[in-house]
Design a binder for this molecule. Sequence first.
Ligand code: HEM
Length: 514
Amino acid sequence: MAISFLPELPVYTLLVLLALPLYYLYFGASSRWKNPVALPRNWPILHMFPSFVANIHNLHDYYTRILARSGHNFRAHGPPGSGIRLFVTCDPANVRHIFTTNYTNFPKGAEFAAIFDIMGGTLFTIDGEPCRRQRAKVKAVLSSPPIVARFAACCRDKLETSLLPIFSHMASTGTPFNMQEMMSRCMFDLAATPLFGVDPGLLSLDMPSMDAALAMDTVMEVGHYRHVMPTYCWKLMRWLNIGTERKLGIAHMVLQGFILDMMERRTTDRCNACSDEEQDGVDIVSSFVNDPDYADFGLFRAAMISLMLGARDTISTTLTWTFYNLAQNSNIVTIIRNELSPIASRKVASGLGAMLIFEPDETKSLLYLAAALYKTLRLYPPAPVERKTAAANDFMPSGHEVHAGDTIFICLHSMGRMETLWGKDCLDYNPARWLSEDGNSLIYAPSHKFLAFNSGPRMCLGKDIAMMQMKIIIATVVWNFDVQMVEGQSIEPKRSCLLEMKNGLIVKITKRQM
Ligand code: HEM
């Protein structure tokens, strides 16, 4: 019997292979018929998982399309056993509920902490009482006047000693370069120097290797895979030490080595310094080294890595998207220069050289410049998706029910692109939309609608420092140089938890003739 069956085996195999796609086509079509057309296709067994995998190259646009059609919210499920039970939203009323009104019911959760295990136990991955304690500490450090002044001084020095000389060289030689990489190097130095009191010197004409910066990129890229994959998949890969998990393991080692290196260099520098008093309090790490809460070196190291990630990636990403938009809108560049012009005239009159650097107190009140940055942050938030977990069953203001254990994805990127929230021209890069009619103030947008810096009790603690640094850098570059994009490049987001550009941003710059 078995022997007589064997010759027909290829025929049966062929039939099964043909039947499978037909089965999926049939059920795909019928499920589409049963589902509202706005939602991803609900396949048998695999549910919506194939739709997400097929769109993984640009999940943000995919979410935006579905959220726009579905009234700002949708639910999605993965295959049975995958643990994927999502509620995806960009509805400001739901965001206020999740981040403020009922925020204790929406912690980041254990899954988030596992995804970003390199920052395990630190403010960025914890909830509840330990979080309140760490947050109070970090808040006190980041708002202390000497530390804020240090961030400003480092930024000024970096512009004077590195960025302007490098840009002048690129301009005089006509060399195209990757603005994203340049901003990444610059912000790496500007995050590390106030943190450790040591400048890693990545922004330099000889372009030294940037292993630790690349390792930080890997953390964000593999974090993205971990968010969309069933947990057991990436945990199995980690156990087998293969693929992206192997890459992440190496990145962790590089980052841990970087922290050790910085601490050693800091000790050497302190030995060479005049006195301890002169050094104390001028770097952030001083507030952590003698704190018994951070006596565990693993936690201390994780805290330093998370501060590096929080302070570098967010700003370099925002700066790159701002330069991208300015390069395409020369009228906006002209308005920014007009706003800078009175300050520049005063500087020139007081005898300062041809290359001008703008100071924090000079750029603080510049509204149009702030509006341009806000416009970038609305359309291109560096952290495009926030993740929360529902601790208990709850009803959203939109009427949707969420169940304990559901994962909530809050799509900031989509929220900034909803016509229903921001009007028909919401995709235009028009900073004036952020200004009042008389142009004398910025229009207020509540943080649950403009979420780039987060909202509620977990608001970003570095917002003021970030705005200060970004204003100085944009003002200084825009005043001294013309930036043009090199033609023929494709600008698309990387698969990452950060909204970086996949292929970078290749530009050419010329020195302004004044
Ligand atoms: C354009 C610049 C920045 C943006 C858009 C931004 C955005 C954010 C966002 C969205 C969060 C919430 C993250 C989460 O809970 O998952 C956050 C948290 C945080 N940010 Fe920023 N950030 C920026 C710059 C900075 C800088 C420069 C610093 C430090 C100097 C900083 C320090 C922090 C800290 C400590 C938290 C944790 C707050 C908490 O969990 O309670 N950020 N930021």
